[in-house]
Design a binder for this molecule. Structure first.
Ligand code: ZN
Length: 272
């Protein structure tokens, strides 16, 4: 059993709801934290959205997502940095303390080259992020996404990169969907926390069998991820932040979203 003190929802989880609806529904359900996807801000003034969230007594946990740094073409890499600077401006307007980075990869070049460009991209953002007081969270993605979405695929790689960059501003986002299979997970969670770089914790479950590798995640407790165990590791390492429910699912997005939210809350109370 768990209360709702530490639950946060990503706006993508209930994608069919416009952000104003999501904020109201989340608050009515007793949820305190919200991570805002940039898609949910389309055509909206982020400072206005930030005010709505605050007025509801809620807290913006992060803005999702920046990143996608690597590209064989130098001009495109510069465009990506400029895009990330826009994301930092949005995060500041929204009062988001963290920008989550899906780091990117370009399949036309080696993963090592992509990682080098990720490092350069984050370094290029760092002065602005520091000025604005916004942290940058490297989210390692499951290796099945190493072609185009991220050349950072393990928590160890994320820890190594964050350690190498060596700024308090840069840390790691632990998402169980991407990392549950890793035999080094417990050890690297401890290392991440010792480095002071455990910035966020994302939860959902891995459906068996998964039929779509992007949009077929399931509610906690309905798949094969040992979530309670991983959460214990994260908390034992000293993490005290939100448990962020981040589910992409074509199936759930077609459901009645009120019913879906109820099921998420029940699952959170009993299976997290
Ligand atoms: Zn995530």
């Amino acid at each position: 059993m768990d209360n709702l003190e530490k639950i946060c929802l990503h706006t993508i989880t209930t994608k069919p709801w416009p952000i104003e609806t999501a904020v109201r529904k989340f608050r009515e359900a007793g949820i305190k934290g919200i991570s805002v996807w940039r898609e949910a801000l389309a055509d909206r003034d982020p400072s206005h959205v930030g005010r709505i969230i605050k007025e509801e007594g809620m807290e913006v946990v992060s803005l999702v997502r920046g990143g996608f740094f690597p590209d064989r073409d130098e001009k495109k890499r510069q465009d990506a940095i400029d895009q990330n600077k826009r994301a930092l401006e949005q995060a500041a307007a929204l009062s988001a303390p963290l920008l989550v980075l899906v780091c990117g990869a370009d399949p036309r070049q080696s993963l090592e080259d992509s990682r080098k460009q990720i490092n350069e991209g984050i370094a290029a953002l760092l002065p602005m992020a520091s000025d604005l007081g916004i942290k940058l969270g490297i989210e390692p993605l499951h290796p099945m996404y190493a072609d185009t979405r991220s050349a950072i695929n393990t928590i160890r790689q994320a820890n190594d990169l964050a350690e190498k960059i060596g700024s308090d501003q840069v840390g790691v986002v632990v998402d169980v969907y991407h990392l549950w299979w890793d035999p080094d997970l417990e050890k690297e969670i401890q290392r991440c926390a010792q480095l002071g770089k455990l910035f966020a914790f994302h939860i959902c479950d891995w459906k068996v069998p998964t039929i779509d590798f992007l949009n077929d995640r399931v509610i906690m407790g309905r798949g094969c991820i040992p979530l309670s165990r991983i959460r214990k590791w994260v908390e034992a390492a000293g993490f005290n932040g939100y448990n962020e429910v981040e589910i992409f699912s074509n199936y759930y997005w077609q459901m009645d979203q009120d019913q879906y939210l109820k099921e998420i809350i029940e699952a959170y109370k009993h299976n997290t």
